[in-house]
Ligand binder design. Structure first.
Ligand code: BMA
Length: 334
């Protein structure tokens, strides 16, 4: 898996999307035994699937049977296995709740000291991590858990989640990361994960490594940067931040990726080919992940007849933009 991603990063970058096959504009995954093929808005437009498939397990910690965006975990498991079987890769974020209040990720009540070893909510948190472990161990193909790229506690340099920014200290964040990895790996025996560290777009004084848990606890470096219809700013951030991630990753001999991006409602002419592409073309990222296609007011990839449909088609024809068929070829050639 790791090797495949290095090969991919030499040829270009894998196009990925969050919840690509779980739902799209006007449809939702429904199991159909006569139909094994996946559906995705991206496929409807470019006649190929994304190469990377993003999922979110937020809600699993509470023992819910569907995630925070109403995707049943039983469906998610099937979609993950299907993506892997087809030669794609699976990446997972975790919008977990606040263990102290029982609220959601955006409940910024400080919680880390209470859930670390010795804290009042440590046992609760251990149970949460066990639920995550049980799920990861249950995503099997040919009786073996499939590789999963896990990207927990993302965007920690912002203050919108309880695990980041003003709601914690870097020291506590790092302790939480390490304890979580140790629980998953040593206590619960989860060995099918690659861990991704992914801060949000850097503010001028931000140090990319401020919350970095150490080389032994991280496999891949990432960054999340969105275009909020402030394209100039976005392009500046792409240039500046991706260069920093690249330099650090190269020093550490690690893979790196553009772990989240997008322009909500993709409504800027030529966004894929003229704004994004020139700025990631030589960046060396292994993949770029676009956020989800949820509703007509919250989507990040064109769907059929959407304004940027042709721009996405044009983007898909560049040699570096690798969709599922492209990475199937890269993998079989090795
Ligand atoms: C956010 C939004 C939310 C969603 C969350 C987790 O960026 O898309 O609507 O619940 O991600 O997927």
């Amino acid at each position: 898996m790791h090797k495949d991603l290095f090969l991919i990063s030499e040829k270009g970058f894998a196009i990925s999307q969050q919840d690509a096959t779980s739902y799209g504009i006007g449809w939702k995954f429904k199991e159909d035994p006569s139909q094994t093929l996946l559906k995705s808005d991206v496929h409807d437009v470019v006649n190929d699937y994304p190469a990377g498939f993003g999922f979110d397990i937020g809600g699993i910690e509470y023992g819910h049977d569907q995630n925070l965006d109403s995707v049943p975990f039983s469906d998610m498991r099937k979609l993950m296995v299907e993506a892997y079987k087809e030669g794609g890769f699976v990446t997972v974020s975790w919008h977990l709740g606040n263990p102290v209040t029982g609220g959601n990720s955006w409940d910024t009540t400080p919680a880390i000291p209470q859930i670390l070893e010795g804290g009042e909510y440590h046992e609760t948190y251990k149970l949460w991590v066990k639920r995550v472990a049980d799920f990861f161990k249950s995503v099997n193909y040919n009786d073996k858990p499939i590789p999963i790229i896990f990207r927990p506690f993302h965007e920690m340099n912002g203050s919108w989640f309880w695990w980041g920014g003003n709601n914690t200290t870097a020291i506590d964040y790092i302790k939480l990361w390490r304890e979580t990895v140790e629980m998953l790996r040593d206590e619960y025996g989860v060995h099918n994960l690659l861990y991704v560290y992914s801060p949000n777009k850097l503010a001028p004084d931000d140090d990319y490594l401020k919350y970095y848990p150490a080389d032994a606890y991280v496999d891949i470096l990432g960054i999340d940067i969105y275009d909020f219809y402030n394209t100039e700013d976005y392009v500046e951030a792409l240039k500046h931040d991706l260069k920093i991630v690249k330099e650090i990753a190269e020093q550490k001999n690690k893979l790196y990726a553009f772990t989240e991006t997008g322009l909500e409602k993709v409504n800027t002419e030529g966004w894929f080919t003229e704004v994004l592409y020139p700025n990631i073309k030589y960046s060396g990222i292994a993949w770029v992940l676009f956020w989800r296609n949820y509703t007509v007011n919250h989507f990040y990839m064109p769907y059929k007849k959407q304004k940027l449909e042709n721009d996405l088609i044009k983007f898909s024809k560049f040699p570096e933009t690798l969709f599922l068929k492209d990475i199937q070829q890269i993998k079989t050639k090795k």
